[in-house]
Design a protein around this ligand. Structure first.
Ligand code: ADE
Length: 419
């Protein structure tokens, strides 16, 4: 048996079936897997992946293995692991996994180090915790690393800060910045899975509720759109004037969080920043207000202050913690303030992860071929890869599109012709 630390290998059978179900919606990744099996572009390459351990991630791990890679996987969040998928990867696919849903912070970082003991040549991150651990605590291992990829907005921000500081020691491709990633995964994936997480956790009616979305990036846009579609009165909060204008013209109410705090029934943070729902918000909230986060880290809600200003707390149902303030008012925190879509639901649907993980697989291949030519900085996904994934996805969906005629091509390349 490969090295592992998972909850229960007895869950492998259930995991295998769920992985098979998810894979049915991942045709792009499937076609890449078929090519990788023949061409072995990752032959002998050691890949350490720190991703949400889900049925979709399981398919990506199989793709990398089919390409010839030696893979170790750890979780990119303590609460997002699907224990059955983790068990199946170990038992049925022979892939090292170190991840248990609900692990504490110490175990979370131990698992990252367990995965890193493989001695990676490529890292695959979702939130940059592997890159950060390598640079801070496992510097000896940096020697072998040729490059890496990063899945999410928060990770890309961290890595760009590292590059700007001159701290980053190898090139990274920002998978998040591909159009076939953020336009679909961040918007439609987060939109649907966040609503799914809130509903599974609370079973509350969305229609008629006052629903506050903090942040109007691609994730916030997706959540606001879906909440509106379910009949909520949606309020958006922003710090960026352009995004605030966009949200306003998309038909959402816009106001500062301190105002929204007084009227919201359900609050979702999707900003990537710290203390967005701050200690000043809780005392003015309505009794029974629900707060949750769908951003990468559990820093967006000031949970520490909420604890301090509460006289009692209890779990009222799975993923729902009731805080009673000294005034007697009750505030409900979902999923410990961690990404609610992965904590209380199953993360993004497979059909969007298909494109995100196709980017991961093709960027790993690109890195093996091109790492020597790259600098120690953060790169965008090559346009060729992005377009190819869109083409493959359309083909799998049976959607045909037009092509430019020679006359149209010529027109676009010329400047002489006006009215
Ligand atoms: N991030 C969001 N949803 C995910 C999923 N289903 N699998 C892996 N990473 C994710």
């Amino acid at each position: 048996m490969v090295k592992h630390d998972v909850k229960d290998l007895g869950l492998a059978k259930k995991g295998k079936l769920r992985i098979e179900w998810a894979a049915q919606e991942m045709p792009v990744l499937k076609s890449i897997t078929e090519r990788f099996s023949k061409e072995k572009p990752l032959k002998g390459i050691k890949v350490v992946a720190c991703l949400h351990v889900t049925t979709e991630t399981a398919s990506l791990m199989e793709t990398l293995k089919a390409g010839g890679a030696d893979v170790a996987l750890c979780a990119s969040n303590p609460l997002s692991t699907q224990d059955d998928a983790a068990a199946s990867l170990v038992k049925n696919s022979g892939i090292s996994v170190f991840a248990i849903k609900g692990e504490d912070t110490k175990t979370y970082y131990r698992h990252i180090k367990d995965a890193l003991s493989l001695g990676p040549q490529i890292t695959m991150d979702d939130g940059a915790d592997v890159v950060s651990t390598l640079h801070k605590e496992e510097k000896d291992l940096l020697r072998n690393v040729i490059g890496g990829t990063e899945e999410t907005t928060t990770g890309v921000i961290r890595l760009k800060a590292m590059a700007a500081d001159g701290a980053l020691q190898y090139p990274i491709i920002a998978v998040n910045d591909a159009f076939t990633k953020h336009l679909f995964d961040n918007r439609y994936g987060t939109g649907q899975s966040t609503m799914d997480g809130i509903i599974r956790a609370t079973n509350r009616l969305i229609a008629g509720s006052v629903f506050v979305v903090c942040g109007y990036g691609w994730c916030g846009r997706g959540v606001a759109m879906r909440a509106k579609g379910m009949g909520a009165r949606v309020i958006v909060t922003e710090i960026d004037p352009l995004k605030a204008l966009e949200a306003t013209m998309d038909g959402f109410e816009m106001m500062p969080i301190k105002e929204a705090a007084k009227i919201g029934d359900i609050f979702v943070t999707a900003t990537g920043d710290i203390n967005v729902i701050s200690k000043d918000c809780f005392p003015v909230m309505k009794d029974g207000a629900i707060v949750c986060n769908t951003g990468h880290f559990n820093v967006e809600i000031d949970i520490e202050s909420l604890q301090k200003m509460s006289k009692a707390k209890r779990m009222i149902r799975d993923f729902v913690e009731e805080f009673t303030l000294k005034s007697g008012k009750r505030i409900y925190l979902l999923g410990e303030g961690r990404l609610i879509n992965l904590a209380a639901a199953e993360g993004h649907p497979s059909a969007v992860m298909d494109m995100s993980f196709a980017n991961q697989a093709l960027c790993a291949e690109f890195m093996v071929k091109n790492a020597k030519k790259l600098e120690k900085t953060v790169y965008s996904v090559p346009e060729k890869i992005d377009k190819e994934i869109a083409r493959l996805k359309l083909k799998a969906m049976g959607i045909k599109i037009d092509t430019l005629t020679p006359e149209q091509k010529k027109y676009l390349q010329s400047w002489e012709m006006g009215t």
